[in-house]
Design a protein around this ligand. Structure first.
Ligand code: CO8
Length: 259
């Protein structure tokens, strides 16, 4: 399918999705969200894919939801727009494969929220993070009030959301919002390295581990440990479990088949 506002390519078993509205610093309008939704449905059904990378074209990751589009919305329309974004971001978060945000520039408002819906965030030293919504008379509406506190705790979540202050990549690293910061020129290489290292692990084990972290993170410890117990047991029904453990015993490298 052809897209106007996003680009998608695959290299072996790694997908790369680029938000492609550089003139608007990749702001998320309804068209971007609709196209993302369609593409994510395709990605979800691609059995060969093992990792997805999300990044932005040009000097911005995503500078937020499209303020021009939002400025004329009625409350009902705003609600619909918010719901659309929340649905798309949840689709990213619950994809059966890991998703890495390669944060190449501005990650503001909906852009920070998009990065947070990914499993891992690697930032360029030029990246800027923030939830500036209250400065526009609105508030985060694509999951920011919930995901930010889960990632960095309520203190920093309140600091960032209530002050609308932006922070540089190094600060984002310090508070745990991103997992690594690299020079701008090295971002692609660093993210590809990480994607490849995830892609060579046993895919079903990776998928179950992601699911256990996501689901367990939303529940009490006893239920969460039960989720882990069940998922752990399930890995023993895979051929990849035999491949992985036998390769270790025979001092060989495992090649997993996603079975
Ligand atoms: N929406 C629409 N257009 C944008 C956005 C945006 N979020 N950000 C940048 N642009 C456009 C600019 O309007 C400009 O367009 P034009 O050339 O036509 O004037 C172009 O991108 C380039 O931007 P600037 O000239 O401003 O570039 P600068 O380098 O001077 O500044 C900044 C870069 C600092 C990133 C600046 O553009 C900026 O502050 N952007 C807005 C950041 C922001 O406030 N983001 C949060 C938006 S609100 C949000 O995300 C809510 C999410 C939840 C929605 C829930 C829905 C109900």
């Amino acid at each position: 399918m052809g897209y106007n506002t996003i680009k998608y390519e695959t290299n072996e078993n790694i997908g790369k999705l680029t938000i492609n509205r550089p003139d608007a610093l990749n702001a998320l309008n309804s068209e971007v969200l609709d196209e993302l939704d369609n593409l994510l449905n395709e990605i979800k059904n691609d059995k060969d894919l093992r990792v997805l990378i999300i990044t932005g074209e040009g000097r911005s990751f995503v500078a937020g939801a499209d303020i021009k589009e939002m400025s004329v919305l009625s409350p009902i329309e705003a609600n619909k727009f918010g719901k659309k974004g929340i649905g798309v971001f949840r689709k990213i978060e619950t994809l059966p494969i890991p998703v890495i945000a390669a944060v190449n520039g501005f990650a503001l408002g909906g852009g920070c929220e998009l990065a947070m819906a990914c499993d891992i965030r690697i930032a360029s030293e030029k990246a800027l993070f923030g939830q500036p919504e209250v400065g526009l008379g609105i508030m985060p509406g694509f999951g920011g009030t919930q995901r930010l506190q889960r990632l960095v705790g309520q203190g920093w979540a309140k600091y960032l959301i209530l002050s609308a202050e932006n922070i540089k990549a190094e600060k984002a690293l310090e508070i745990g919002l991103v997992q690594d910061v690299v020079e701008k020129e090295r971002l692609e290489e660093r993210v590809n390295e990480l994607a490849k290292s995830i892609a060579k692990q046993a895919p079903i084990a990776v998928k179950l581990a992601k699911e256990a972290i996501n689901t367990g993170g939303q529940t009490d410890i006893d239920s969460a440990l039960r989720i882990e117990e069940l998922a752990f047991g399930m890995t023993f029904s895979t051929e990849d479990m035999k491949t992985g453990t036998e390769a270790f015993v025979n001092k060989q490298k495992a090649e997993f088949e996603n079975k």
